[in-house]
Design a binder for this molecule. Structure first.
Ligand SMILES: C[S+](C)CC[C@H](N)C(=O)O
Ligand SMILES: N[C@@H](CCS)C(=O)O
Ligand SMILES: [Zn+2]
Length: 354
């Protein structure tokens, strides 16, 4: 497929139109595998399940599709050739595992479509704007994710890690995922502008012909986690012709509104938002910690804040601020996604019948 710049620029707007204006992403993937009993205390984190429990990977994709997701993100966040080789896999096996992450997501989409066709799903015959279309986004986690110590939340790689180091690190993985059948590449939890630049240059140098989005993580609502400016990071994404959406993921919900406003200042591309639950990750113990002070801002079921209430409040604000793709990251669940999907449906029927 030759992805001319015109086609790239309309890819996401065409998709959003098919979805009725806004799209629903899935929620936390690795943390959902954990909720189902997977032990991710491993340098491969969620990618371990591509080897040990592919059926669970498919099950979590299906749960998010059932919850209303229009975009599912593959289990390749921490799947790298280097990481698999370190575990004793051959290079060919490592590449096959990367492809497998996309194959499982595509398989889940087929099962879901099949179920929709056979079942009595309301949206099949209503003639209303359908939320039916589903894209498979191939996840690319940062170099910091591969380090497996939570470095994607610091973005401090040290002076020895240069632009070339990062491009070389990601090059083959990106090529494989781009040719795997995925609809787009999700460069996620990007911690600094060096890595954003590496992604942009790689997409260009390798003439990657599927679209991509860049999402950044922040821990103060002002800058990305490394301290680099969100304006500079979003500008790098904005200038890259393959990038069809720019946004934020794995960041506490309380920071999202301000970050959307900042991103909107430097791009007119669609803004994609998928916050985590508001808890903080401890990379050493691989545990999530909730600060008592921030308790009321989380979406944890134990906070007493139901997902529906959260979704109704935030989706309205985040839409007003300019975002159009919404989902969840670590420790959000299919219930969060169901609530987001419902909140968006309520909004679009309110507009349709106004
Ligand atoms: C987004 S973080 C929770 C991913 C896990 C991290 N790279 C680790 O391996 O500990
Ligand atoms: N897509 C990844 C992002 C981790 S920050 C996941 O949900 O596990
Ligand atoms: Zn996350």
């Amino acid at each position: 497929m030759d992805l001319g710049s015109e086609k790239t620029s309309s890819f996401m707007s065409d998709f959003l139109e098919k979805c009725g204006g806004c799209a629903v992403l899935d929620g936390g993937f690795a943390t959902e595998l954990e909720r189902h009993g997977a032990d991710l205390n491993d340098p491969l984190w969620s990618a371990k399940c591509l080897v040990s429990s592919p059926h669970l990977v498919r099950r979590v994709h299906l749960d998010y599709l059932d919850a209303g997701a229009n975009i599912i993100i593959t289990a390749s966040y921490q799947a790298t050739i280097q990481g698999f080789e370190a575990k004793g896999f051959s290079k060919e096996e490592a590449k096959a595992l990367l492809r497998k992450s996309v194959e499982i997501a595509i398989e889940a989409r087929e099962i879901y479509y099949d179920k929709c066709t056979k079942g009595s799903w309301e949206f099949v015959d209503t003639g209303k704007p359908s939320r039916h279309p589903v894209l498979v986004a191939a996840s690319v986690g940062s170099y910091g994710a591969y380090l497996a110590d939570g470095s994607e939340y610091s973005g401090n790689y040290g002076d020895a890690v240069t632009l070339e180091t990062l491009k070389d690190f990601h090059r083959e993985r990106v090529q494989i995922l781009a040719n795997s059948g995925a609809d787009l590449i999700a460069f996620e939890t990007t911690p600094n502008k060096l890595e954003a630049k590496a992604y942009a240059e790689l997409l260009e140098e390798e003439a990657i012909d599927i679209p991509a989005w860049f999402t950044f993580a922040s821990k103060d609502g002002i800058n990305v986690v490394s301290g680099d400016s969100i304006f500079e990071c979003s500008s790098i994404a904005n200038a890259c012709k393959q990038v069809v959406a720019v946004g934020i993921n794995c960041t506490p919900p309380r920071f999202i509104q301000g970050l959307i406003s900042s991103i909107r200042k430097v791009t007119s591309k669609p803004i994609v938002i998928y916050p985590n639950s508001g808890e903080t990750y401890d990379g050493q113990s691989k545990q999530w910690i909730v600060s008592v002070l921030l308790y009321e801002y989380t979406v944890l079921p134990s906070s007493g804040r139901v997902d529906e209430e959260f979704a109704e409040i935030v989706i309205e604000k985040w839409r007003e601020a300019g975002a159009s793709l919404f989902g969840g990251c670590c420790r959000t669940t299919p219930n969060t996604i169901r609530a987001i999907s419902k909140a968006l449906s309520n909004k679009s029927s309110a507009v349709n019948y106004a």
